[in-house]
Design a protein around this ligand. Sequence first.
Ligand SMILES: Nc1ncnc2c1ncn2[C@@H]1O[C@H](COP(=O)(O)OP(=O)(O)OP(=O)(O)O)[C@@H](O)[C@H]1O
Length: 258
Amino acid sequence: MSPALTADDLAVGYPTTDDPIVECENVILPDGEITALVGPNGSGKSTLLKALSGQLEPWAGDVRLGTDDVYGMEKKPLARRLALLSQDGDLPGSLSVRELVQHGRHPYRGFLEPLSETDHAAVDEALNLTGTDEFADDGVGNLSGGQRQLARIAMTLAQEPDVLLLDEPTTFLDLRHQLGVLDAVRALNDERGVTVGIVLHDIAQAARYADNLIALRDGVPYDWGPPAEVVTEQLLADVFGVEATVREGPEIVPHQPL
Ligand SMILES: Nc1ncnc2c1ncn2[C@@H]1O[C@H](COP(=O)(O)OP(=O)(O)OP(=O)(O)O)[C@@H](O)[C@H]1O
């Protein structure tokens, strides 16, 4: 598999930080695969995802989408190929869900240009995939936290990127909707070969779901590869500070209630 998104010799920080938050020699999201970023709170998962997405320019190193330098690309062509669903994001409450999802088509349209049939089809599909078609005409301001999250996911899916980066997309969602979102992303991956980078908090869920894991500790990758190789008792102890048994699967059985 060729890499869809690669980063080399990265150092990523914020204007207010003296030292880099994330330092990685080499990060690869393999083409057509699902890679989950895991690690404890504050280990730098969101920071790495933002750097990979073109939204937080690294202090050093480069990020490439195929052979193209992500930070050298114009915004619209980049947005047609790469989409980020970040953790934060206020939504304009005056919009309906459908109108919000239509915003996902911005990379394909000129200013004030009406939506084409292709745009409408992509919006309808994103609404269906996420189940937001059931409340497509409701105002975003009247939705529950979980419904709002689903609407944001639908907007990102309508963008139809080749590479989809999702930062904790299951936050706020009940179990049924968590599984629904993960299934929808998996379907995009299976059916269209969309490359996925996803931050997931639940390492057991990430291990079941993803083709590859990148485990971050203090801003540095501790290990990466297929879940069966990465999820070891040593990793759980070193990265998460948890004593647990790992059974085949991999299935994690904590020694103490977490
Ligand atoms: N905008 C910012 N400015 C300065 N420091 C930041 C900023 N955003 C994050 N950080 C710092 O970077 C570090 C890593 O944060 P990041 O959000 O990348 O971690 P994370 O692994 O995604 O955490 P979580 O699992 O809690 O979401 C933290 O110490 C955080 O305080």
